[in-house]
Write a protein that binds this ligand. Structure first.
Ligand SMILES: O=C(O)C[C@H](O)C(=O)O
Length: 529
């Protein structure tokens, strides 16, 4: 007998899952981060894990996003031969996505066309959906993932030669993690697809990410390969945040398939520390009953957001300051007096001796900082990211090199926040991958921008520009965006309002925790690892 899975059954499950996924870290990832924290030796690695653990707590308690990148929505419907899915189920899913992103005040991160029209679609659709037939009767499962852009960018497909064998896979994975891992917000969960064809192998890697980090593969050979790959990745020492340490990945999850005699297709799909995914069994429960979880049911969440926004309006600036007052920075990055002149820090002293810096920063203040120093920033930062940089560079060219919008002498924070929530200017705001702005940074430093804040490695040209102009690149903890949002006291849009999350904003931060990524001598914290 055939069972009908209705469009609204699927769409309701997606609608209900989205706010839950955005705000509550899955239990296997939360436990993985805590276990990593318990065994981490590196102080920078520990500081990152402390922020990530605290971040998850804040996000769930305040119903704000774990990460400002609330992702693209990937939906895969697995159905057995006896399941029927009539009608345009994906149109219904898109409606559900648009409603959920709006009501839960999540960031919309989808553009109309990758190259021909990069205007934001404004509702985070389309979702990226497929129907995946499986051999087993009685199966109707819905996989849902909110996939961050930075971790997807750090992923790759490689067509290895069969002779490369298992060692070729290990080497390629470790190379990928060394080159791109820091951009993807470690500790990572890594999906590895092996086999199939060029187009199918990436899907295998993505599906592998669905398996919990505490659930090894059922096949003992695949489970052994997962262990071997995890050990190789963690031996790299890339560590939490890419800043060094034991735990670069919580798990490597492998899916294999048959392939051509000439081929050994390999796909590596990086999952970040905010690995937001769930599987809903559409046959076992009605989704509308299954998602009444932890105060994050969409209706209630939406209600809380409305209340939060009202509170923000009523409280004004002082209310926001009161929020930052309870910020637990001190437990992770205690401050010290004495300024930059005495900035020499080693790993042992780091957590106790963060350097307080007041923005805007004079280049002479930056001269004493060393790559790896922990700092607390207070004062104005300017948020700007991909699309805004394209505009700013055009304006710079037209003005003959004069920085507009009072950016001379200021620091740019590479970030695209989520809307206001929980009484704060943003529900979540954290660093985006800095290397995407490498095309602009040297010129901006020469024009007068004294510092940037982001995550991940910079190019040799940016390091050289820091050295030449006496500028600094600061690294903030990727994936700690609910935590970092508590350091933001106010925000005002300065330009490019039509770019939405990508607008140029002036924000005021209080004790915003960062590490010196590239110092004024061009030294790079990622090379200390
Ligand atoms: O888009 C963002 O805010 C972050 C992005 O996912 C990134 O990690 O670079």
């Amino acid at each position: 007998m055939e069972t009908i899975i209705t469009k609204s059954q699927v769409a309701d499950a997606v609608y209900a899952a989205i706010p839950q996924l955005a705000c509550v870290l899955p239990a296997d990832i939360a436990s993985g981060l805590e276990a990593a924290r318990a065994t981490e030796d590196s102080l920078r690695g520990r500081a990152v894990l402390d922020q990530l653990v605290e971040n998850a707590r804040i996000a769930a308690a305040d119903c704000v996003p774990i990460c400002q990148d609330t992702g693209t929505v990937w939906v895969s419907l697995e159905v057995g031969p006896d399941m029927l899915v009539p009608g345009d189920v994906f149109a219904e899913v898109n409606n559900a996505v648009a409603r959920a992103y709006d009501e839960a005040r999540l960031r919309k991160s989808v553009v109309c066309d990758a190259v021909l029209d990069r205007a934001n679609t404004g509702n985070n659709t389309p979702a990226f959906c497929d129907i995946h037939p499986v051999d087993k009767p009685g199966v109707a499962r819905l996989h849902i993932m909110l996939k961050g852009g930075g971790s997807d960018n750090a992923s790759r497909v490689v067509m290895l030669v069969p002779g490369a064998g298992k060692q070729g896979i290990v080497d390629e994975l470790v190379r990928c993690v060394r080159e791109k891992g820091a951009n993807a917000c470690p500790p990572l969960v890594i999906g590895v697809g092996i086999g199939g064809t060029f187009d199918k192998v990436a899907g295998l890697a993505k599906r592998a990410l669905m398996r919990p980090v505490d659930e090894p593969a059922a096949d003992p050979h695949v489970a052994a390969l997962e262990e071997e790959l995890l050990a190789a990745v963690n031996a790299s020492g890339v560590g939490p945040g890419g800043l060094g340490g034991r735990t670069t990945a919580l798990a490597v999850r492998v899916a294999t398939a048959p392939c051509h005699i000439a081929a050994l297709p390999l796909a590596i799909n990086m999952g970040c520390s905010a690995m937001r995914r769930t599987t809903v069994d559409l046959t076992a429960c009605h989704p509308e009953r299954a998602v009444d979880l932890a105060g994050c049911h969409p209706e209630r969440s939406a209600q809380r957001e409305v209340e939060g926004s009202r509170a923000a309006l009523a409280e004004g600036d002082t209310g926001l300051t009161a929020h930052t007052g309870s910020f637990p920075c001190g437990t992770i990055f205690a401050s010290r007096s004495g300024g930059c002149a005495a900035s020499a820090q080693d790993d042992r002293g780091m957590a106790e001796h963060a350097i307080r810096l007041t923005l805007p920063l004079d280049r002479s203040q930056l001269a004493g900082l060393k790559a790896g120093d922990a700092c607390l920033l207070s004062g104005p930062l300017y948020t700007l990211r991909d699309a805004g940089h394209v505009r700013l560079m055009d304006e710079l060219a037209q003005s003959g090199g004069a920085l507009p919008y009072g950016l001379a002498g200021q620091a740019i924070f590479y970030a695209g926040p989520t809307p206001a929530a929980a009484g704060r200017p943003f529900g979540a705001v954290g660093p985006t991958t800095a290397s995407r702005m490498d095309f602009a940074a040297p010129e901006l430093h020469r024009a007068g921008v004294v510092a940037t804040v982001g995550k991940g490695r910079r190019s040799a040209e940016v390091r050289e520009a820091c050295r030449e102009t006496g500028s600094v690149y600061f690294v903030a903890c990727g994936g700690a965006a609910a935590y970092l949002a508590k350091c933001v006291a106010s925000s005002e849009t300065v330009a490019y309002d039509d770019l939405g999350t990508e607008a140029l904003r002036r924000i005021d931060v209080v004790d915003f925790p960062v590490f010196v990524g590239v110092d004024t001598h061009g030294n790079d914290v990622y090379n200390l690892v």
